[in-house]
Design a protein around this ligand. Structure first.
Ligand SMILES: *Cc1c(COP(=O)(O)O)cnc(C)c1O
Length: 497
C-alpha cells in the first residue's frame, strides 16, 4: 500500500514515510492509493477479537510496510487497561430503540482524541526507525484545550520522544488548564502564552519552519514532528472503532450481518467522519453518514449546496472542539470523490486560501448528497438535547454528542428513515461540566469545576472518570507563562540546545 498526495498524485510514499512526514512537501495530505476491503465474514470474525487485535487486523491492511510484530507493539501499548478505563476500550451504550451511543471517551483525557493519540507516538517512533531516521522526535503543539492534553498523555514517557505544549493563558477552560499544568511524565513540557490561540499556533508554525532552529535540532540528533490531525497516523486509528462497533452490534444480535446502519458524527475538522467514510468503503454496511455541526455550520452548507464558504462570522459555542471554519480533512474526501484529481484539488483549495470560498462540480455534489446528510444546531438546542436525553433515557451526554443527537432527531423527523443508527459520542459529559450542569438543572451557578463534577455525578448514572476525579489533588508542575516573542527561545532552552 502506497500513499499519494492530494496536491500531487505522482507522490508515492510508504506509510512509515507518510506518518513521519505528516504532510507532503507541496502541502497536500497523504491518502492511501486505494481503500482496502473487508468481507462480511472478516467483519464478523473481528467481533470475536479484543480491541487491540481488531486494530491490528485493520492496520495490517493499511500499514503494509510494518511487520506484524511492529503493529502488535503499537496496538498492545496503546489499547490496554493501562490507558483506558474499560476492557473494551470503546463502549456501546444502548440509548433507545435502534440507536446506539459509541462512547469514545474512556481514555486518559476523556475525549475521543485519545483513540488516535494513544497510538500515534508508537506509530511515529516505529516509522522513524523503519526509515532509519535515528533521531529523537520533538513534538510541538499549540492547543485550545483537548488536543494538547491528549497529545501529552499519548507521548508521556514514550522513549525517543519529547513533547512541548503551548496554550493561551486565558483561552482554555479551568479543567483543561489543570489537566495540562499537572501533566506527569519525564519528557513533557507545558507553557502558557500571553496571547490567544492564534498567537500560540503562529509561534509554533514559525518555529517549525525556522531553518536555523531545524539545523540546531539536527546538530543535536533531534527532529520536529506534528501530532496534528492531518497526519495519516491519527486518521487510521479512527477507522478501527467504526468497524469494531459494527462487528460488536452483530455479535450482540442487535443487527444482522449485512444490515445497513447510519452513523452520526459531531464534526469539526472532518477527521472523525472521514474515518467513518473509510470504514464504509472498506465494507461496513452503511446507509447514511450524518454530519452534525454547531452554529459554525460551514460543513452543513457545503454538503447541502457544494459551496464551501468560510467568509462568515466565527462563534464561540458550548461545543468548542467543533468551533472551526476550515475543515482540513475534507481535502481527502474531495480527492477521493474526484477520482484522485490533484489539479481540481489544487484549484479548489487554492481558492479557499485566496478567496475563502470554492464550489465543487456537479459530479461531486451528487456524490456528497448520496453518501451524506448534514444538519446543525445552536447552543440552546444543544442544551435542550442534553436535557431531553437525560429525561427520556437517564443518559447524560456531553455538548458535542448532544449536537449529534439533535441533528439526528431532526434528520429522522424529516426523512422518516428508521435505519438503526450509531452516534459517535466524542467526550465525557464531565469534561464540559458547566454547560451540561446547566442543561440538567436549568440554571447557571458560579461553583468551581470540581463542585460541578460532583453535582453532575449526583444526577447521572455515569461514574466520574478517574482521570478527572484525581486532578483535584494533583500538584501543578508547569507554571511558566511567557510573552509570545519568547516562544522560540523557550523551545531551545527546554530542549537544552
Ligand atoms: C475534536 C473533537 C470533535 C471534532 O472532531 P473532528 O475530527 O475534528 O471532526 C468533536 N468532539 C470533540 C469532543 C472533540 O474533541
Amino acid at each position: 500500500m502506497f500513499y499519494k498526495s492530494t496536491r500531487n498524485s505522482e507522490v508515492k510514499v510508504s506509510s512509515a514515510q507518510a506518518i513521519t512526514q505528516g504532510i507532503s512537501v507541496e502541502g497536500g495530505l497523504f491518502v492511501p492509493e486505494s481503500i482496502p476491503s473487508l468481507s462480511l465474514d472478516e467483519i464478523k470474525s473481528i467481533g470475536e477479537m479484543k480491541y487491540a487485535d481488531r486494530a491490528a487486523y485493520i492496520f495490517s491492511k493499511y500499514l503494509t510496510d510494518f511487520t506484524e510484530a511492529e503493529i502488535r507493539y503499537c496496538t498492545d501499548n496503546a489499547y490496554s487497561t493501562k490507558n483506558f478505563e474499560t476492557e473494551s476500550i470503546s463502549e456501546i451504550a444502548h440509548l433507545f430503540d435502534g440507536t446506539y451511543m459509541l462512547e469514545l471517551w474512556h481514555g486518559p483525557t476523556c475525549a475521543f482524541k485519545d483513540m488516535a493519540l494513544q497510538i500515534l507516538p508508537y506509530f511515529l517512533t516505529t516509522s522513524a526507525k523503519k526509515i532509519k531516521l535515528d533521531k529523537k522526535i520533538v513534538i510541538l503543539v499549540a492547543t485550545s484545550g483537548d488536543t494538547g492534553k491528549a497529545a501529552l498523555e499519548g507521548f508521556k514517557d514514550v522513549e525517543g520522544t519529547s513533547i512541548l505544549v503551548f496554550y493561551p493563558e486565558d483561552g482554555v477552560s479551568p479543567m483543561q488548564k489543570r489537566q495540562m499544568k499537572t501533566q506527569e511524565g519525564g519528557n513533557v513540557g507545558v507553557c502558557a502564552i500571553k496571547g490567544n490561540f492564534d498567537d500560540c499556533q503562529n509561534g509554533v508554525k514559525s518555529i517549525f519552519t525556522d531553518n536555523d532552529v531545524k539545523k540546531q535540532l539536527d546538530d543535536n540528533g533531534m527532529m520536529f514532528s506534528s501530532a496534528n490531525s492531518i497526519n495519516w497516523g491519527r486518521l487510521v486509528p479512527q477507522v478501527v472503532y467504526y468497524v469494531s462497533a459494527y462487528a460488536e452490534l452483530v455479535k450482540d444480535g442487535e443487527i444482522e450481518l449485512g444490515e445497513k446502519i447510519n452513523i452520526v458524527v459531531p464534526t469539526g475538522n472532518f477527521g472523525n467522519i472521514l474515518a467513518a467514510y473509510y470504514a464504509k468503503h472498506m465494507g461496513v454496511p452503511v446507509n447514511k453518514l450524518i454530519c452534525a455541526s454547531n452554529i459554525n455550520n460551514v460543513l452543513t452548507d457545503f454538503i447541502n449546496t457544494g459551496i464551501y464558504d468560510r467568509n462568515r462570522k466565527f462563534y464561540a459555542t458550548v461545543s468548542p472542539s467543533m468551533d472551526i471554519l476550515i475543515s482540513s480533512n475534507l481535502e481527502r474526501l474531495l480527492y477521493i470523490m474526484t477520482g484522485d484529481n490533484d489539479a481540481l484539488i489544487n484549484e479548489w483549495f487554492g481558492k479557499l486560501a485566496s478567496e475563502g470560498r470554492y464550489e465543487v462540480n456537479d459530479d461531486v455534489k451528487k456524490k456528497l448528497k448520496a453518501e451524506f446528510a448534514a444538519g446543525f444546531c445552536d447552543d440552546a438546542s444543544t442544551k435542550q438535547a442534553i436535557s431531553d436525553v437525560y429525561k427520556k433515557y437517564s443518559y447524560t451526554c456531553d455538548t458535542h454528542t448532544a449536537v449529534a443527537v439533535k441533528v439526528y432527531n431532526d434528520y429522522k423527523a424529516e426523512t422518516g428513515d428508521t435505519t438503526k443508527t450509531v452516534i459517535a459520542s466524542t467526550a465525557s459529559p464531565y469534561k464540559f461540566s458547566a454547560a451540561v450542569l446547566e442543561a440538567l438543572t436549568g440554571g447557571m451557578s458560579d461553583i468551581d469545576e470540581y463542585e460541578m463534577v460532583d453535582q453532575i455525578a449526583a444526577l447521572s448514572d455515569i461514574p466520574v472518570p478517574a482521570a478527572l476525579a484525581g486532578l483535584k489533588n494533583k500538584p501543578d508542575r508547569f507554571n511558566d507563562t511567557i510573552e509570545k516573542k519568547d516562544q522560540k527561545q523557550y523551545v531551545l532552552d527546554t530542549l537544552g540546545i
